[in-house]
Design a protein around this ligand. Sequence first.
Ligand code: BDP
Length: 725
Amino acid sequence: MKWVLLALCAAVTLAPARAEDGYQLWLRYRPLEKQTLERTRGTGLEVVTAGHSATAEVTRAELVRGLEGLLAHKVKTSDHVGGPGAVLFGTPQDSPTIAALNLPLTRAGSDGFVIKSAVTKGRKLIVIAGNTDVGVLHGAFAFLRLIQTGRTLDKLDIVESPKIALRMIDHWDNLDRTMERGFSGFSIFNWWELPGHVDPQLIDYARAQASLGINAVVLTNPSGLTTAISLTEPWLKKVAAVADVLRPYGIKVFLSARFSCPMELGGLKTADPLDPNVRVWWKAKADEIYRIIPDFGGFLVKANSEGQPGPQDYGRSHADGANMMAEALQPHGGIVIWRAFVYSPGPEDRVKQAYNEFKPLDGQFAGNVVIQVKNGPLDFQPREPFSPLFGGLEKTPTALELQQTKEYLGFEIHLVYLGPLWQEVLSADTFAKGPGSTVARVIDGEVFGNKLSVIAGVSNIGTARNWSGSIFDQANWYAYGRLAWNPELDAKTLAEDWVRMTFTGNPAFTGPVVDMMMGSRETAVDYMTPLGLAHQMATGHHYGPGPWVNDAGRPDWNPVYYNNAGKDGIGFDRAATGSNAVAQYAPPLAAIFSDPAKTPEPLLLWFHHLPWDYRMASGKTLWDELTLHYARGVEQVAVMQAMWAKMKPYVDAERWQITADFLAIQYGDAVIWRDASIATFQSLSGRALPAGVPAPAHDLEWYKTQKLPFAPGNPGKTASPFRGD
Ligand code: BDP
C-alpha cells in the first residue's frame, strides 16, 4: 500500500503542474527554437531602467519574464547599463542616456514608442523609449513580439504610434457575472469579492490587453437592468479596485450607463434630459464617480434600442440625451460613447433605421460625444456591407464597434478567424470625401478631422481557462487589438504572428494553419449565409439555421424577412425599386449597389431580390451558385479537419484536442446549415440540385421540428450561461 501511495505521489510530482491549456495566450514566452536562439546570442542580458513608476515596474517584470523565457538565460536588472547586450527602457525625462540619443520621439505620441539598436559608451544595447511610461510598456511588448515571431534583432529602428486614440474592449458582462452573448464561461470581474479581493487573473488580463495596446475597457453590459446598480457608491468602489489594477497597464475603465438611472437611483419622476433636476442628478453622479475613480473614462450608452430607456421616451432626441451626459462628464475630461444600434418595429427596412435616426442629428452632438456604430447596418453578420453611418456622419466622430464574441458565427465552437472580416470593413471605401475615404480613415479621424477617435470590440473574454472559450478565438481577441492599434495591418500577417506566438514557428505548422484561418470566415459565410444573405440564424439563439422561421410574434426581423425567398426568387430589394437603402451610401457606391450586375456577388442578395434563374458571373444560375456555396462551405470544414489531424505532432495534447473536437462539431453543424437551408429554398424554387451538391438528409418538415442544436433558445442572452436553454 505504502509503495502504491509513493508511486502515485511520484507520478503526481512528475506531471507538469498544468499542461498547455491556452491560459498563457500569446504571451507564453517558451524558449526560441535553436537556430533563432543562436541569432539572439548576446542580446537581452540585462534589463535596465531609471524609472520607478508602477508602469515602469510592470514593464521591467514583463521584459525579464519574456527574455528569460524566450532566450533561456538569466536576465539581470539594474538602473544603469553595466555591460553589453542590455535592454534599456524608459522616457527621456527619467533617463539621461535615452535623452542623449535624440530619438524621434515626437512621432511616438503619448502611447507609442521607439525601439532602436544603439551604442552608448562603446556598449551595444537596445533602447525602448517613449514619451510616457505607458508608451514604453507598449514598446516592451512590441519588442518581445519581435523576438517571439523570430524577427532579427540587429539594427532595430522602429517608431510606432497608434492611429486610434481610444482602443477599447467592451464587456457585455452582467453584474451577476453572466455574459450577454458570452461563450467563454462567466465574467472575469468578480463583483462579489471586489473590492476586498482582486483576482490575480485580472493582472494577466491587463498584461494581455496592454500587449495589444488596448487602453480602455467598458466593464459592464450596456443592455440589461443591472447597469443602474453599477453607478451606486458601493459598486463604484469595486470598479475603483479594478481601475487600480489596470492603471499601470495604461488602461482606463468606462461603465455602461442606464438612461433611467435618475429615476432608479435618484428617485426622480423622470429621466427627461431637458429636466433641470435630471441634469443636476447626472452632474452630481459624475462628480461622485470622479471622486472615487479620478481617471474614469466615461459612459457607454445604449438608449432607445431593444427596450432600453432613452431620451425618445420623453420626445427628446439622441443628441439631447447624449449631450446631457456629456455636460456632466465634460469638466472631468470624460466622454460619452452613444451607440447607434437602434431599431424598432415598423414598415421601414431595419437596416435603414440607424442612419435615419442619426444622420439628421449630425452637428448637434457635444464635443465629447462619439457615436458608436456596428460594422454593418444590421448586426454582426458573417457578411454585410459597412454601415452607411461611416461617411454619413461628417460632423460627429463615429466609433467602429466590432464583435469578437462570435454571436452569429458559431459561438466559441466554430473556427472562424475574424481578421479578414474586419479588414474588409476597415478597408471599405465610403467615398465620403472622394475615393480613399476608407472606414479606417473615417474612424481614425483623418477624413473629417475629428478630434476623438475610438474603436471598440465586444469581448470574448471569460473565466474559461483558455479565456475565449476556444484556442482559436484567442486569435480574434489578438487580431482585434492589433487592428485597433493600426487598422491598416494585414489580417494574414496578424494570423501568422498569432500562430507563431501561440503555438510554434515551425513552417510545417504555421503555413497550413494560417491558410486554414484565412479561409475560415469565407467558409462560415458559405455554409451559413452565402451571396449576401443575412440573419438566417433562428430567432433568439443565433447559433443554428432557421431560414423558414417567420414566428407570428415578430412579423419582421426573422430569417424569412431577411431572405425574402419565394417562388419568384430570393433576396432583399434595397435598390430604388425596394427599400432604397442604397441611397444612404455615397453616390458612386449607391450606383454600384443599385445594379445587380455591378454589385459584388458576395453582397448580391443583400441588395437585390433576384429570380432563381438569374445568371451569375460564372454563367450558372443563382440557384446553382447558391447551393454550390452551401456545399463548398461543408467541404471546406472537412478540409480544415483533415489538416488539423495532420498537425497533431506539432501541438500539445490539450490544445490539439479541443480544436479537433470543436471542428468535428462544426462539421456536423455545417451539414445542418447546408441541408436545412437547401431544403427550405428548394421547397420554394422547385429546382433540382446541381452536380456536386448532395440532397439534404431530411425534408424541410424534419428540420422545422428539430430542437437541438438549433432550437429557438437564447443562450447568453438570458441569465443562463448555458447554451440551448
Ligand atoms: C445584438 C445581440 C443583443 C445585444 C445587441 C446590442 O443579439 O444581445 O444586446 O446586439 O448590440 O447583436 O445591443
